[in-house]
Ligand binder design. Structure first.
Ligand code: ADP
Ligand code: MG
Length: 269
């Protein structure tokens, strides 16, 4: 079970229309990268796929369920099966790494277990295992506010690995990492998706990372899907059109400085 969107539109509270009539069908186990300029609508689309934002038009089916037609309890159960890694992980600053990772299963555990785990970590070895895959195993009892932005992103990834969702969504998950670490981390996400047969959708600032690691690449522009095709068929002209307003196609070498306003133009294929 993957997901499908049909004619999905979304207007933010301030009246800005961020998605227009989006049709998208992704089968179970597919791995898809979303690319596109800042403000294109990638985060909004991922939040619709996480059942965190309710569209104002169209049909949404996630993991075989329609999130907005069932009961609140059904929506909670669905959300527990979906993992979204935020670009800037919303982790309470004083929280310890172990607690942040174990929070990945809060939606699946009974209330008593969730509360107990907040006071006393119930499965530190499970958390350490996932952190070790991201080379952070020794930071288990560190406070999150002592970590760098890139380390925090890896804690958020460890949390979603620990959650073991059926639909894994990642919003620019390596934007605060250097190119080498970005490469390893995106590879790990893909390995995990393949190993567990999970559907993976990740937005990526660096186009070359998307093309190297994902079989299917979707270009998002002005709240619409500009192209949706196998990575092997994406051509430079499409990328130039996608990033026309940004003055160049962003590549991993400059992605580490994701906050730099306009990356220099680079050849991409
Ligand atoms: N909560 C919000 N309220 C109002 N406008 C928003 C909100 N979130 C995003 N937007 C606007 O919607 C558009 C798409 O944003 P976003 O989905 O974050 O794009 P991307 O992730 O591709 O940068 C942008 O113009 C952004 O300013
Ligand atoms: Mg975004």
């Amino acid at each position: 079970m993957g997901f499908s969107l049909e004619g999905v539109g979304l207007t933010h509270a301030n009246g800005f229309r961020a998605l227009h009539d989006v049709d998208l069908r992704v089968a179970a186990g597919e791995r898809v990268a979303l690319v596109g300029a800042s403000g294109a609508g990638k985060t909004t689309l991922l939040r619709v796929l996480a059942a965190a934002l309710r569209p104002d038009g169209g049909q949404v089916s996630l993991l075989g369920m329609e999130p907005w037609t069932g009961s609140p309890a059904a929506l909670r159960r669905l959300r527990a099966r979906i993992g979204l890694v935020h670009q800037a992980p919303p982790i309470p600053p004083r929280q310890r790494v172990v607690t942040a990772v174990l929070a990945g299963r809060l939606g699946q555990w009974p209330l008593w277990k969730s509360l107990a785990s907040l006071l006393y970590p119930l499965d530190p070895e499970g958390a350490r295992h996932e952190l070790a895959r991201l080379d952070l195993g020794e930071r288990l009892y560190e406070r999150c506010d002592r970590l760098s932005g890139g380390q925090l992103q890896r804690v958020a990834l460890a949390r979603v690995l620990y959650q073991q969702p059926d639909l894994l969504l990642a919003d620019e998950p390596v934007s605060a990492m250097d190119p080498a670490l970005s490469e390893l981390t995106v590879a790990l996400l893909n390995e995990e998706a393949i190993r567990r047969g999970v559907t993976l959708v990740a937005s990526l600032h660096a186009v070359d990372l998307a093309l190297r690691h994902f079989p299917r690449v979707i270009g998002v522009k002005d709240g619409m899907i500009l192209f949706d095709m196998p990575a092997s068929q994406v051509r430079e002209a499409q990328l130039r059109e996608l990033y026309a307003a940004e003055g160049g196609v962003p590549m991993a070498g400059v992605a580490a400085a994701a906050d730099v306003a306009a990356p220099p133009p680079l050849r991409c294929i």
